[in-house]
Design a protein around this ligand. Structure first.
Ligand code: A3P
Length: 286
């Protein structure tokens, strides 16, 4: 393991982003409120997109907040230490983001009415997106060649662990009233319909104009131009923007431009094996 990473309860984390005490705090001390909303994702599955959607939904489509305040302050990561400042504020709802696996999530969540929106993405597209992100982010070690990275991804030897374990862990909540499964592919296919579904889940009613504004302001085009949404504001200390933009392509199926036919077959084989006892059909399974 490189010095840049440490292991906590079987999962790798970046020492540049957080420490063991932050993970212990989230798991054992963080007090979940019933009105909390958690945006949960495996990395590169549409986290920022959901941050933007939640911010816009809770401002009834008014983009002022999104244009003035960075996304990581609007819908902060619970595992990142700066969150303690936000916890002091007794907002209702409090909006949070996390990449944590279910096994590392707050104990105080059990039995609460807090809501989780889990956004999943075709793991092949998340892989490609992560490969490019790892080149520009200090939170990941250099990904090496694509074939090397593919192997690591499939073995789960990465920050936040395995895609397979992550999704299977969180999907155990499927069917609970406070859990909504969303996919990147659904957002792509029908953003407006997805926003309506998310609003219903959150108990938020938006009129047609507010809905139009959410859809417009959470589009790839608008977010790419909004530097407080697209992490261009993050200093060079954390990202090398020249290597790859954060909002890179914003499409589904880019994996076809990266995986060779044998790599894709190998991926399918591992996917089938790891998901064999899992009966849910995702958009990418069709
Ligand atoms: P690509 O690298 O495939 O372009 P995360 O926020 O979880 O890190 O995910 C980042 C991925 O979501 C990137 O994928 C990014 O372009 C995509 N994304 C973010 N906002 C988006 C939007 N409004 N529309 C489409 N894709 C978006």
């Amino acid at each position: 393991m490189s010095d840049e990473y440490f292991e906590y309860k079987g999962i790798l984390f970046s020492s540049r982003a957080l420490a063991v005490k932050d993970l212990e705090f989230v798991e054992n001390e963080f007090q979940v409120h019933d009105c909390d909303v958690f945006n949960v994702t495996y990395p590169k599955s549409g986290t920022m997109w959901m941050m933007e959607l939640l911010s816009l939904i809770y401002t009834n489509g008014d983009p002022t907040w999104c244009k003035a305040v960075p996304s990581w302050e609007r819908v902060p990561w619970i595992e990142v230490p700066a969150i303690r400042k936000v916890i002091q504020k007794n907002n209702c709802p409090r909006l949070f983001t996390t990449h944590l696996p279910r096994s590392h999530f707050c104990k105080s969540f059990s039995g609460s009415k807090a809501k989780v929106i889990y956004t999943a993405r075709d793991p092949r597209d998340a892989l490609v997106s992560l490969y490019h992100f790892a080149k520009m982010s200090v939170f990941f070690e250099d990904p090496g060649s694509f074939p090397q990275f593919l192997k690591k991804y499939l073995s789960g030897d990465l920050v936040y662990g395995s895609w397979f374990d992550h999704i299977k862990g969180w999907m155990e909540m499927m069917g609970n009233d406070n859990f909504l499964l969303n996919t990147y592919e659904d957002l792509q296919k029908d953003l407006r319909g997805s926003v309506v579904r998310i609003c219903t889940f959150l108990g938020k009613e938006l009129d047609e104009r507010a809905l139009d504004s959410v859809v417009e302001n959470a589009s790839f085009k608008t977010m790419s131009k909004n530097s407080v949404a697209n992490v261009n504001l993050l200093s060079e200390e954390y990202t090398e923007h020249g290597k790859s933009p954060f909002l890179r392509k914003g499409v589904s199926g880019d994996w076809k431009n990266h995986l060779t036919v044998p790599q894709s077959k190998y991926f399918d084989c591992i996917y089938k094996e790891k998901m064999k006892d899992f009966n849910y059909k995702f958009p990418w399974d069709e």
